[in-house]
Design a protein around this ligand. Structure first.
Ligand SMILES: *[C@@H]1O[C@H](CO)[C@@H](O)[C@H](O)[C@H]1NC(C)=O
Ligand SMILES: *[C@@H]1O[C@H](CO)[C@@H](O)[C@H](O)[C@H]1NC(C)=O
Ligand SMILES: *[C@@H]1O[C@H](CO)[C@@H](O)[C@H](O)[C@H]1NC(C)=O
Ligand SMILES: *[C@@H]1O[C@H](CO)[C@@H](O)[C@H](O)[C@H]1NC(C)=O
Ligand SMILES: *[C@@H]1O[C@H](CO)[C@@H](O)[C@H](O)[C@H]1NC(C)=O
Ligand SMILES: *[C@@H]1O[C@H](CO)[C@@H](O)[C@H](O)[C@H]1NC(C)=O
Ligand SMILES: *[C@@H]1O[C@H](CO)[C@@H](O)[C@H](O)[C@H]1NC(C)=O
Ligand SMILES: *[C@@H]1O[C@H](CO)[C@@H](O)[C@H](O)[C@H]1NC(C)=O
Length: 387
């Protein structure tokens, strides 16, 4: 069940245009609505009992649900990518949105490729043409979503990958509302990445039954090429991944926790990443034993309604302050928040409007701000002042 909410959410909200067709209810999207500018930190419940509060400094909500002017606007699926040489230079589905300044501020669409090898017998190229918007084909519920596609055409695999540009994330709780559809032999990935040994994954393999998801901290293979049993947790009897579900990774100091629709489904202490990382989302296949083979002319899609992340960084928050120098983000970039500490604690779960954090009760806020202050004093040099 898809809930459409009236919050046009930053920063993708820059892209959103007002709805025009009658009966097509959309967000008020003429203005980039800040999530909640009053929040100075965010709390989520996490941990083995799922009840330990974890605090983060930053918050982003990327909403792809309201990007159409009308129903029926984004129903066409682009043609299969079948020219290896052209693939890296093809255009995204909707350049006016997926190459806009607002998009480019936060995301990078990949076009790297890799040759076939013994272990991965199908050569693969990431093509921007596999990144496009689609729309629910129902005039009463014509929400849009971002699609990452992989196709097998003309003897090779074309894939899709996007990277978030906040590269120094150090611990996060990140979520995606997504489904995976299409042919067997593909992998949909939602993960934090620094290198092959600092990476925490959610992977959906279209070869798997729809109730199976893989939760992995890399490396999953040791130096001699053998599988590390503790690395990858295969969970079964989960809600079906070919329907819309909320997937979540909590990357904490010494623990990784994975959730599905707010229920913890996996936990690991093996190789919890220690390097600052960034969010990567991809859809791919290479004929290897993990992805399997897709049949010729096959195709599979990773479809995304929204992405939410709250996180800390290892240094200054990264990015570009234009075009809105007065925004909350600009303040973060300019580090104007260094004196604010964690005065106003907001929750991001169980809120009235998804993507709009809410200030938690004042008693809670007081209690938390006290403990945060203690932390802040210790952290002053490294965190807020050490620039
Ligand atoms: C939409 O946003 C504009 C600008 O913030 C505001 O003036 C207007 O009242 C809002 N409309 C609705 C229906 O919320
Ligand atoms: C932010 O705080 C101001 C001042 O207390 C209040 O008027 C406003 O409603 C708050 N905004 C939100 C989104 O909670
Ligand atoms: C995030 O940073 C704040 C301030 O340094 C710290 O108190 C908090 O514990 C950090 N959260 C996590 C999950 O590492
Ligand atoms: C959308 O729905 C209409 C009416 O059910 C149908 O005729 C049309 O083929 C559908 N289009 C797509 C792209 O699925
Ligand atoms: C990837 O795209 C960039 C432009 O965005 C282009 O300059 C580069 O040549 C492309 N890479 C390949 C391998 O074609
Ligand atoms: C793939 O192999 C070709 C021919 O050997 C070589 O020119 C090319 O650089 C290789 N590409 C990659 C991505 O390694
Ligand atoms: C993270 O990267 C460092 C340096 O590359 C490496 O020593 C370490 O084993 C990696 N993994 C973890 C979990 O620290
Ligand atoms: C995929 O197909 C190739 C032959 O095209 C084969 O060598 C390889 O073993 C297959 N991979 C899997 C996982 O079955």
């Amino acid at each position: 069940m898809v809930v459409r909410l009236a919050a046009a959410l930053w920063p993708i909200a820059f892209l959103v245009r007002p709805a025009i067709s009658a009966g097509y209810v959309t967000a008020n999207s003429t203005t980039p609505v800040q999530n909640n500018p009053n929040c100075t930190c965010y709390v989520v419940e996490s941990g083995d009992d799922s009840q330990t509060p974890q605090y983060f400094q930053y918050y982003r909500f990327y909403d792809f649900r309201n990007l159409a002017d009308k129903a029926g606007e984004y129903l066409k699926t682009p043609a299969i990518v079948d020219d290896w040489d052209e693939a890296p230079n093809l255009d995204v589905g909707q350049p006016s949105i997926l190459k806009s300044d607002a998009w480019n501020k936060d995301w990078n669409i990949q076009n790297w490729s890799k040759n076939a090898s013994e272990d991965f017998p199908v050569r693969m190229v990431n093509s921007p043409a596999n990144v496009y918007l689609q729309q629910n084909n129902d005039t009463n519920d014509a929400f849009t979503y971002l699609t990452l596609r992989t196709t097998r055409g003309n003897g090779f695999q074309s894939a899709a990958e996007i990277e978030n540009l906040q590269k120094n994330v150090m611990h996060t709780s990140m979520r995606v509302s997504a489904r995976v559809v299409g042919d067997k032999g593909a992998v949909a990935g939602f993960f934090t990445f620094y290198d092959d040994e600092n990476e925490s994954d959610i992977e959906i393999l279209t070869d798997d039954p729809t109730d199976v998801i893989r939760y992995t901290n890399q490396p999953s293979v040791d130096k001699s090429g053998d599988e590390v049993a503790a690395a990858s947790l295969t969970k079964t009897k989960l809600p079906a991944w070919n329907e819309w579900q909320k997937h979540r990774i909590d990357w904490l100091d010494k623990n990784s926790y994975w959730y599905l629709n707010d229920k913890q489904v996996a936990a690991n202490t093996y190789s919890v990443p220690r390097k600052s990382s960034y969010l990567v989302i991809n859809m791919w296949s290479d004929g290897g034993s993990w992805s399997g083979n897709m049949t010729e002319d096959g195709s599979a899609e990773f479809q995304i309604q929204w992405i939410e992340m709250t996180f800390n960084t290892s240094g200054k928050v990264e990015g570009d302050t234009s075009p809105d120098p007065n925004s909350k983000r600009a303040a973060e970039l300019l580090d104007k928040r260094k004196d604010e500490k964690c005065k106003v604690v907001c929750k991001i779960d169980g809120v009235k409007e998804l993507g709009t954090p809410e200030v938690v009760s004042s008693s809670m806020a007081t209690r938390v701000s006290l403990s945060w202050c203690a932390v802040a004093v210790i952290g002053l040099t490294s965190l807020w002042v050490g620039l």
